[in-house]
Design a protein around this ligand. Sequence first.
Ligand code: HEM
Length: 595
Amino acid sequence: MDSITLLAARAVQHPFLATGLAVLALSIAVPLYFVAACFVRPLFSSLRDLPGPRNDHWLHGNLGRIFGGAPGEAHIAWQKQYGNAVRYRAFFGKDRLLLFDPVALNHVLVAHAYEYPRPVEARADLAMVLGRGVLFVEFDDHRRHRRVMNPAFAPNHMRALTPVFFEYTHRLRKVLTQLVESGTGDSSAWRNEQQRLAWEEKKPKGEIVQDVMKWMNRVTMDIIGEAGFGYHFNSLSLEHNAFGRVFTSVFTPRASAAKPAPRDVLIQRFVAGVIRRLPLMSLADWIPNPSIKQLRDAFKLVEVESMKILQAKKLEVEKDGLESVQGGNDLIALLLKSVNSEGKASMSDQELRGQLTTMLIAGHETTSTALTWTLWMLARAPGVQAKLRREIRQARVGLADPEDDLDSKDLDALPYLDAVTRECLRLEPPVTSTIRQAAHDDFIPLSTPIPSARDPSRLISHIHVRKGQFIFIPIRAVGLSSDVYGDDAEHFRPERWIESEDGTGKKIEGGVGLTGSNLTFLAGPRGCIGYKFAILEYKAILSVLIDHFEFDLREPDMQVEGRAVMITRPLIVGEEHKGNRMPLRIRIAPRDEDH
Ligand code: HEM
C-alpha cells in the first residue's frame, strides 16, 4: 500500500482529517487550474497564429471592450486592424475565433453547419421552458424538425398570409390616426414631465409623440398570434390576455440602464450553469420566494396555454379536416398538415408545442425591433422617407379599388421599398451576433491566406480549430464590412441596393447570407426559417405606415444606442433608465404631393 492510499484510508476513518485534506487539495487545485487556464492554455491554443488584440484582463480577456461598446463596435474595429479572421479572449483566457471571411463563414454556417452546433449554453435555458422547438435542437433532431417545418414556410403560404399582415396594420393605422387627430401623445415617451409640458405648450397642430417601439411590438404580436396559430392576443386593442402579457414580460428581457460589466455577466452565466445542471426548476415550487414563484407561475402559464392552443387546433382538424383551420393557412395548421403527411412520429405533441412558442419568441420581437430601427432611420432621413412614400403611393394608383391593399407580388416589385428594407436590416439587424461551437477538430478554409501573427513570412490558408472551440459570428459587423459595402458602409444609403444606369448604385449580390451578403437572417440549414414571412410582414407594415404618416425625431439631436439582450433594442442616450424606447413625432402625411 503506497503512502497516498494509506493517507486516503486514514482519512476515511477520520472525517475531520478528510475535510481538512479536501480543503487543502481544493485550495491548491483551484488556483492551479486558473493559472493553467488563463496563462498556460493560450500558449498551446490552435489559434495562436491568428492576429488579434492583446489580452486585456486575466479573468475576462477582451470582453470588457465588447460589452463596453455598441453591439459589433469592437468586432468592426478588430476586423479593420487584424483582418477577416481574429483571435480574441473571453473568460479565463479562453480563445474565441471571430470570422468575417466569406469562405470560412460558409464552411461553418452552410457547408458544415451540423458540425458547428449552437453551444448548449446558448439554447438549453430557454428550451427548458419553451419546449424543444427547432431553435433549440441539434443534429438529426434539427434536420427532422426543419424537414417537417419547411413546407409550412413555402413562399406560396407566406403570400397567402399577406391579408393578415395588412388587416392588423390597418388596425394600427386607425389607432394612430385617432391618436394624432385627438392630439394624444404618450407621456412615457419623454425624458421627464417637464420636457413633456414644454412640448405641449408649443407643439405643432396635428403632431404627437409616441413610443413607436410599443406599437411595433403590439402589431407584430397580434400578427404572429393570428398568422402563426390562429390566436388573438388583442395587443393592439390593449386588452392583452394573460398569455401575451406573461410572454412579453418574461421572455423579452429588456436592456438595463448600465452597460453590462464582464464580472456581472460571469456571475450570471455561473448561476445559469448551476440552474441548468441541478433540478432547481422543479424545486422552485418549494422555495418560499415571491419572485421565484411568480416566474414559476409564468412558465406554467406559457406551457399550459401553448398546449391548449395546440390541442384545440388538433381537435378542429380531427373534426372538420385540415382546410377548416384558418383556411388551413396559419403556420401551426400547415405544420399539422405536414406532420400528417409525414406520419405522426415525425413530430411529438411536445415538439409541436415547442414550435408554437419558438415561433412566438423568434418571430415577434425580431420583426418589431427591425421596424422600430427602420422608423428611426427614416425619421433621420426625411428625403428617403418621402421618396419611399412616393413609390408606395404610385404603386397604389394602379389598384382597381383605392381601398385595396397591395398584394405580396406588388410589395416585392417595389425597388425602393426593397432597397430600404435591405439597408435597414443590414445596418441594424435585430439579432446582432450568434455563436457556434466546433463538434470536433477541423480545418476552416479562408478565401485569402493571411500571414501568421508569430511568423509573418508564413501564410495561413486554413484555421485549425479543436473540438469545443467557440466561434463568434458577428452578424452586425459583417453587414458593416467595408470590404463588401465600400467606404460608406456605415452610412444609410438604400440606393446602394439598386443597380442604376448612371453607375452610382450597384446591386450587391452573392455572399453567405440568406438575403444577400449580410447575415441578418443568418445562412444555411440553421438560418431563419421565417425570413420570407418576416420580410413580407415588414414590407406590408412599412408600406401602410409610410403611406399614411410622417415620422420625425422627437428632437433633432436625440441620440440612440443599441443594447443587446438576445435582441438589440434601442435606448435613448441620457434616458437609459427609462428602458428600451423609440419616441418619434408622428403626423398624418399630407396627400397634396400626390401625382
Ligand atoms: C426581421 C425579423 C427576423 C430576423 C432578423 C430573424 C433572424 C434570425 C436569426 C439571425 C436566426 C438564427 C439564430 C441563431 O442560430 O443563432 C433566426 C432563427 C430562426 N427564426 Fe428568425 N428572424 C426574424 C423573423 C422570424 C420570424 C417572423 C419567424 C417565424 C414566423 C422566425 C423564426 C425563426 C426560427 C424558428 C428560427 C430557428 C431556425 C433554426 O434553428 O433552424 N424568425 N432568425
